[in-house]
Ligand binder design. Structure first.
Ligand SMILES: [Zn+2]
Ligand SMILES: [Zn+2]
Length: 391
């Protein structure tokens, strides 16, 4: 949610950037961005890696010999082999030997179970007390991990293809998101969740089969690739959900998600909590009047109208009470207000559970995306404009 709102703010700025091509280009990703670890264990998994430290001869790192990195007084302490160590400003691990060989490494940090594996190179540096781990890899080998993290395991291949196009489109239009920080994108939900390379063949296959495809609007600019878990039978327009109107993000009736896990939910509040909320929103009328409590959303409505000329955005009700969606009806019941809700998430763009059902019924990823996004085209990234890659 936060990501999408931020993205909307950036959206108009991004579309005026006139960029070069992304094909075959690299992306620099900040690893463990949310956790900000200060101790890291690097180990080679496949191929050979060289460790590069400024002012020192390069060191070949054997797969059986991990390297330990930790923040030390604004610099990076590096330990490897038996008792060897150095304090440096930065350290870089780069693939060595034949380009044909697969090169991969793992990163382990305290507080995260297991290790995460990556391709490409990694730089570790201490940037004014901020310990940065930056993985540089090609964008197509980054995408499967994003698709699995955002789409979940065990889904239909065609659903993964739709999710892959969204992930690629997001990466493409957000290459400058962390430009001021010296990298492209972070591995946290702030950008797109990424937990490293994965081996699930349905996911890697879906990325390969949609290689280079991105989603653009009728104006040939990147479409905002919003998605959510379940829309409850009707997606929300961007203007209702975020007060920013985007022609490709309009409400559509979605019959596909109605039997899915997150289609309906129920919550309850005390009548007192509800009345407090109404008062906080300047409602001065009689809280016992039917209009102050009962509310019906057969179809999505942007506002709850208790009377007195007050309009309360349904998204404010969602935020206030931590509801699963803003698509709900209210019924008074004794001392409680029962909330009968539909869907899960902001409701804008692709409904994941609807898309999964469409995939099961044989719809292609192109049909799925054009069902949820109005007037979009799927084009090859090589024919598209995009923000420049940071070097
Ligand atoms: Zn980020
Ligand atoms: Zn839906």
């Amino acid at each position: 949610m936060k990501r999408i709102e931020l993205q909307i703010l950036l959206f108009s700025a991004l579309i005026v950037t006139l960029p070069a091509h992304l094909e075959g280009s690299t992306v620099r990703i900040r690893l463990h961005a949310a956790l900000k670890p200060e101790t890291v264990v690097f180990a080679v998994r496949t191929g050979e890696y060289m460790m590069e430290i400024p002012g020192m001869e390069d060191v070949r790192i054997a797969p059986t010999k991990p390297v330990i990195l930790f923040a030390s007084e604004g610099r990076v302490a590096v330990k490897w082999g038996t008792g060897r160590g150095v304090i440096a400003d930065s350290v870089r691990f780069a693939p060595a030997g034949s380009a044909e060989t697969s090169h991969s490494f793992s990163v382990s940090v305290p507080g995260v179970a297991g290790e995460r594996q990556y391709k490409g190179s990694m730089v570790c540096r201490n940037d004014n007390g901020i310990f940065l781990l930056l993985n540089e890899t090609d964008i197509e080998s980054y995408l499967p991990g994003v698709v699995l993290a955002e789409g979940g395991p065990g889904r239909h291949r065609e659903f993964y293809k739709a999710q892959a196009v969204l992930a690629r489109t997001f990466a493409w239009q957000n290459l400058s998101k962390h430009a001021a920080d010296g990298y492209n994108i972070c591995d946290d939900v702030h950008c797109q969740a990424y937990h490293g390379i994965i081996r699930d063949e349905d996911v890697t296959g879906a990325v390969k089969e949609t290689s280079g495809i991105v989603m653009v609007t009728s104006d040939s600019v990147p479409a905002l690739p919003a998605f959510h878990s379940n829309c409850g039978g009707e997606t929300a327009s961007a203007s209702d959900a975020w007060v920013t109107s985007l022609p490709h993000l309009q409400s559509v009736a979605d019959p596909f998600c109605l039997s899915s896990r997150n289609a309906t939910w129920r919550a309850s509040l005390t009548t007192g909590a509800w009345i407090n909320f109404l008062r906080k929103n300047d409602f001065t009328g009689d809280p016992a009047s039917p209009g102050a409590i009962s509310f019906n959303q057969d179809v999505r409505k942007p506002f709850f109208v208790p009377g007195n000329g007050i309009q309360i955005p349904v998204r404010s009700v969602r935020t206030e009470f931590g509801l699963r969606s803003s698509f709900f009806s209210l019924i008074a019941s004794g001392d409680s207000v029962i909330i009968d809700g539909r869907g899960y998430g902001h409701g804008v763009g692709m409904c994941q559970e609807g898309a999964m059902e469409m995939a099961r019924q044989g719809y292609s990823f192109e049909r799925i995306l054009s069902f949820y996004f109005r007037g979009i085209s799927l084009i090859d990234i090589a024919d598209a404009r995009q923000p420049p890659v940071i070097r």
